[in-house]
Design a protein around this ligand. Structure first.
Ligand code: ZN
Ligand code: ZN
Length: 445
């Protein structure tokens, strides 16, 4: 008989350090798969998912955001197994992990993995294409397969469906689950950059889903775009500089395309990892909703390569796209330091601000606090600060619509700030929903 078990390793009732293990087996033949192994960079030193003891047969990376891929070099440190992802996830993960090592080195912090570990992990990356099943070997059956569906969240993001290879008759007789799907981060609405997540999915038994925005609907996208454009243009008309803080992968390019759609007649710069990620995405045009539009927008961008470029750029009114999205380090800190006291300048946060991040603190207190060892700051910011919502996650409505559409037999809610509340709401609507907790994190399915 085929048995399956899910163990939740991280991002149980928070956002950060995602990790999930699936064990599938019959008799004493078992296979173990890990889905995402991220890090929580809000904590210093960064926190990783629960340790995986024993062997792993394969890992799957849903996408290259640190909360999903930041611990992969740690997971694969003593173990050799294929790490399946979309091809673009590899170079972006490489960039992010090398950056994590650099930041740790600068801060005098030892990470539990080295440059060599990153290098070894990268060697084990195995490309997976959307909707092309991958055979996962024999767990008493030959039909154990994984299929990736486009998650619509960032270039190369995937929802992973695993078919345990159970015969229908056996499934019906034993009432066991025959498959599971892990959404990773996903978005069922199209954005300027990406087409929405695939919704033509097979029947899903166990659905492990993110719930970042379970409590909130997103504002009207068109209105939000206009607000951004108005703010950038007003700042530049005032003789100021518009600093736009983005996540490197996805958000930077989305904002670039929004600005371009409304016409860019001012200098627009891109700095740091935003620039690097954009260069990588540019070599995977088929992942984009409209590669021609992307190309047009990219031609308006001026890249900043060093501090000299930076100093030159801010001599005249302009807009700058850079990282980090939550103001925890990256070139944005340099810019804020130059401009925090100038009310003509503005700082626009375009992404989710996790509790404890410098961005959240700034929104709550009006102060920019940096705990960076070499760069401790505590500044009262006089620039105009706004948070805008160009989310690449489902909003509340989209999450519920997705569940109604997929109608899974059981839902496991993860990656949210209050997953028990989300599970309770789903239950009230008649679904079998669970929010794993630290004390109850393993489930036979
Ligand atoms: Zn993400
Ligand atoms: Zn995430």
């Amino acid at each position: 008989m085929i048995m399956a078990k899910l163990t939740f390793l991280g991002a149980i009732n928070d956002i950060g350090a995602s990790g999930l293990m699936l064990e599938v087996g019959g008799g004493n033949i078992g296979k173990r798969f890990v889905f995402d192994y991220g890090s929580d960079v809000q904590e210093v030193p960064q926190r990783f998912p629960a340790a995986v003891k024993g062997s792993v047969d394969a890992a799957f990376l849903s996408h290259a955001h640190l909360d999903h891929c930041g611990g992969i070099a740690l997971l694969s440190k003593r173990n050799s197994f294929p790490i399946y992802s979309q091809p673009i996830t590899r170079p972006i993960t490489d960039m992010l992990l090398e950056d994590s090592l650099k930041i740790a080195r600068n801060d005098g912090i030892q990470l539990p993995f080295t440059h060599e570990d990153v290098h070894r992990a990268l060697k084990h990356f195995a490309p997976m294409e959307y909707k092309q099943p991958v055979a996962l070997g024999k767990a008493k059956n030959e039909k154990l397969t994984a299929v990736a569906y486009d998650a619509g969240h960032v270039p190369g993001s995937m929802m992973t469906f695993v078919d345990f290879g159970l015969e229908r008759s056996e499934a019906e007789r034993t009432k066991r689950f025959g498959n599971m799907m892990y959404t990773g981060d996903f978005n069922t609405d199209s954005t300027r950059l990406l087409s929405r997540a695939d919704t033509a999915l097979p029947e899903v038994d166990a659905l492990v889903m993110e719930s970042t925005y379970a409590k909130r609907d997103h504002p009207d996208r068109e209105e939000e775009e206009k607000r951004l454009v108005r703010m950038v243009e007003a700042t530049i008309d005032d003789g100021g500089i518009a600093l736009i803080a983005n996540f490197a992968l996805g958000r930077t390019q989305e904002v670039m395309m929004i600005l371009n759609r409304h016409g860019i007649d001012y200098p627009l710069y891109m700095d740091g990892m935003s620039r690097k990620a954009t260069t990588i995405i540019n070599s995977y045009p088929r992942l984009l909703r409209d590669p021609t539009e992307f190309d047009k927008a990219l031609r308006k961008i001026r890249y900043i390569n060093n501090e000299q470029d930076r100093k030159r750029a801010i001599k005249e009114p302009c807009a700058v796209l850079t990282t980090s999205g939550m103001l925890n380090g990256g070139p944005i800190v340099w810019y804020v330091r130059q401009m925090y006291d100038d009310p003509r300048c503005s700082l626009i946060l375009t992404g989710f601000q996790v509790d404890g991040s410098a961005g959240r603190t700034l929104l709550d207190t009006g102060r920019f606090v940096s705990e960076d060892v070499r760069n401790k700051l505590n500044l009262r910011v006089r620039m105009e600060v706004s948070r805008m919502d160009f989310s690449s996650h489902c909003g509340r409505k989209q999450l519920f619509d997705f569940v109604e559409h997929v109608k899974p037999r059981r839902i496991f809610c993860v990656h949210g700030e209050d997953t028990p509340a989300f599970a309770a709401e789903l239950k009230a609507k008649g679904f079998d929903a669970v929010a794993p907790t630290a004390n109850s994190r393993a489930f036979d399915i």
